[in-house]
Write a protein that binds this ligand. Sequence first.
Ligand code: GDP
Ligand code: IMO
Ligand code: MG
Length: 434
Amino acid sequence: MPIVVVVGGQWGDEGKGRIVDLLARKARVVARYSAGNNAGHTIVNEQGEFKLHLVPAGIFYPEKTCVIGNGVAIDPEVLLGEIETLEQRGIDTTRLVVSDRAQVIMPWHKSLDLLDETMRGAAAIGTTGKGVGPCFIDKVARRGIRIADLLRHEDLTARVEAVLDYQNRVISNVYGGEPIDARETIEKYAQFGQRLASYVGDAQETVLEAHRRGEYVLLEGAQGSLLDLDHGTYPYVTSSVPSSSSSGAGLGVGVGPTEIQRVVGVFKSYCTRVGNGPFPTELFDETADRLRDHGKEWGRGEYGTTTGRPRRIGWLDAVAARYSVRFNGLSAIALTRLDVLDGLESIKICTGYELDGEILETLPARESTLNRVQPVYEELPGWTDATSEVRNFDDLPLPAQAFIRRVEQLLECPVDLISVGPAREQAIIVDPIL
Ligand code: GDP
Ligand code: IMO
Ligand code: MG
């Protein structure tokens, strides 16, 4: 059976959690492979509404195994809090496996994240402030602390002692911040380790074993491909690889690229971005406010799941989206929040970028160039009927059908799933993805 990856196609918050919750029906294992608790995935199903930062969205099905892979940066305090909240709400978390190889977000990572953003001033990335970037820096610098280290006091002590002197010097001498106490940290994180111990295991073997048995494995991406360290709008990106490229999905759970058969890209019917950086189709008018505040009365507007920041809003950018389709090798698109466009007189899609009289059809690498491009728009008629109760493609208003067909053409990829609301059943399955 195939391993299927679900990735965000834009700048995050496309509705990955919602799509994974739906697709997980047929999977045996659902695994997160990258990022950390900078992610915030919203799931609405018969058990209620949940916001997950680390636990995979498959956790709501009693028989699924959920895995947090080696590629994830874990804040143990956040993970324990999430597990506790789920248990209190009646969700069994005993089928969660946390990779012993995953990196741990330590207190200095959180300090450094905030100190570094302050030092960057006007050039700040606009991070979520969760310490994820500094944790990945330490991973690459080979001074990271891993989940396995939390489980043995001597190992944890040795690891913290080896790294904290260095980090405290950076914190105080470079940034003028407060040094962190080694003893206190060791005791606190050793306790986290004890509380997590029953969840810790061999994530790679869990995934591969299910795969060998011929069962579906679903890999849940976090963030979006345009935030990808390698392919995204650098330097305004995250510090990991959210895309499905060989250094992303497979590596983050320990499966080879040949094992991955399908990659599903989740795209909103328009665009959003939280944090700083180029956004060619960004809107600052009443359409932006309208799209942002759709569903706000139920706490479902475009406000960050992790930080509560208002999301920047823009029209669908087909240039950036096609770039993302191509480098992810997408086999299908799941298009979300179509219902949010209901009632608009017309809808725009950016089909090219104009730069100094020339039309660009792909994303330029240079940030200063991307900041100067002018989007070229195609305007399509909107529709008045509500789409949130529609379950068949042919029952969608004709202009909505035409919009989706145009998205497929421009992105060069079939739209196999259309989401018309946040709840599990509010979906149109054009072609079953698994
Ligand atoms: P993720 O990070 O990609 O999982 O996305 P988030 O959960 O951060 O943000 C997506 C938001 O859109 C959440 O509030 C979801 O409940 C909501 N959502 C997902 N799909 C739909 C949809 O088709 N229609 C509407 N109205 N809301 C949706
Ligand atoms: P989900 O999984 C949206 C953004 C931050 C910032 C940049 C770097 O919910 O889609 P970081 O804290 O990662 O160092 O911040 O990346 N970012 C996200 N934006 N959704 C996310 O996750 C994000 N994770 C990180 O806003 O611009
Ligand atoms: Mg999110």
